[in-house]
Ligand binder design. Structure first.
Ligand SMILES: [Zn+2]
Ligand SMILES: [Zn+2]
Length: 121
């Protein structure tokens, strides 16, 4: 069984606790925090808390519409695994690598939460 950090020992989702532990350990060695499938702040899978205001990063354009200077909404459909990022003002999806990263990591996080790989979707 994979190691679980003491900070996450109380989590009921064992896969989540293991992934949090592994990603915390990998981050100082170069894992991009925005590539994580789990969230250290909320101690959840990233698709579960991506809608939180703390997941808006203006500098990188992560969940941020530059045209409107507005935080974009993220909708995650756990049945179809569809992830959409939309600006509430202009209705557009912010272009760029940050949006693709959100879609990719949320899908991978849903897959990991279900013990599958994103490719199986
Ligand atoms: Zn979070
Ligand atoms: Zn906009």
């Amino acid at each position: 069984m994979a190691r679980v950090d003491a900070a996450y020992a109380g989590l009921r989702d064992r896969a989540l606790a293991e992934t949090l532990t592994a990603e915390d350990a990998a981050e100082p060695h170069g894992l991009d925090p925005l590539e994580r499938l789990t969230c250290r702040t909320h101690r959840r899978w990233v698709h579960e808390c991506i809608a939180s205001p703390q997941h808006v990063f203006v500098v990188t354009g992560h969940r941020w519409c530059r045209d409107c200077s507005t935080a974009a909404n993220v909708a995650v459909d756990q049945l179809t695994w569809h992830v959409s990022v939309t600006c509430p003002r202009c209705g557009h999806t912010p272009a760029g690598v940050a949006t693709r990263q959100i879609v990719r990591t949320c899908r991978a996080s849903m897959a990991a939460a279900q013990g599958r790989t994103a490719d199986a979707a």
